[in-house]
Design a binder for this molecule. Sequence first.
Ligand code: ADP
Ligand code: MG
Length: 414
Amino acid sequence: MNNRVFNTLQSVFGFSSFKKNQEAIVSSILDGRDVFAAMPTGGGKSLCYQLPSILLPGITVVVSPLIALMKDQVDSAVQIGISAAYINSSLDKDKTIQIYRDLQKNKIKLLYISPERFALTTFIQTLSQLNISLFAIDEAHCLSDWGHDFRPDYLSLTNIRKFFPNTVIAAFTATATKQVQSDIIYKLDLIRPFITRASFDRPELSYRVVRKSKTKDQLLKLTKDRVGKAGIIYRTSRNDVEKTAAFLVANGIKALPYHAGLEERVRTGNQEKFNCDETDVIVATIAFGMGIDKSNIKYVIHGDLPKNIEGYYQETGRAGRDGSDSECILLFSRGDSVKINYFINKIEDIHEQEKSRHNLNKILRYASRNVCRRKQLLSYFEEEHPGNCNNCDVCNNENELIDITVDSQMILSA
Ligand code: ADP
Ligand code: MG
């Protein structure tokens, strides 16, 4: 192993060894080779670009969609002695100018930037005056409209290669099917990239599908049985988020709502309370999540059928980040699939409609087939699992078979 790399791992980050795939990724980057890395949440992606940022001669630019998290990331990088900064819409003009000056003087090694900046040619031109050694694209699945979290802002990242034909680009994501992977590689124009896909298996997570009947009562029972443990309940609509949270609170559960319709102050306040264990449960739409870094979440319950497996996997992945046994429970009723299908039929773009229907069929199969849930989830990411995981309702013979033949026929033929 390269001594310089290992010394940095120990002396700067305080880690005695690499996590899986980190070393290969870091080596590729330092060798000047593009990278595509799919690693599960908690896999340690940040280190894969932070460590090279110290050793590379020029600046490492990190593109991240999460403005709210940038400050934290920069603060923690600074804390371990990396000269880091960020540029996003939250900065005032003076501060931004100051950062550009520092960049020109090579005073900043690690720079976080939000994706929409890249839509401005003037911005890229400014960047091209600097000595940039690496572009790290975090949450790279946002580039692909095959993924569950496409962000149009990310499309301007296709400009990077045009302006920086010789700079290393490394793409990172926690969720990527092969389709999303090819799309990312194509859009960023990665050149013979080193591709690595960590196993997506999370053995500490148990999966269960429960027949949904009286949702609120079921959710109350589930949370009551888990009082004092941190959990997320996902609901599809904002209205259901509010109602569920209120119902739980009225029944003595410490719960708070989270959705994009809440006032910013309330929303971040609730997230904060959840983070520091002031509330047990957060009831949320899928607006809650990407980038949350709470390690002791013991369960994630979906009160409604998610739209696709990729999103479901990502949302459940927020449980058990400390490696302890945690639960993923999906409440499933035939009615949910009918509802989703109703909205799919209203999508005008035929291509989009087909994709959504394909995704719905996959999650319907997941919820209704008598096949090891883990095997099914992993096969979605084209990873073979032998089944018999002994940590899902099917393997433990606890599953209730839910007949969806009628719905799926309807959906398939629609
Ligand atoms: P990701 O972005 O892939 O979800 P992070 O970069 O946030 O993951 O890292 C997850 C956690 O793993 C962090 O707490 C980080 O400090 C820790 N970590 C990263 N690399 C190592 C390592 N080599 N040894 C021990 N812990 C590590
Ligand atoms: Mg990350």
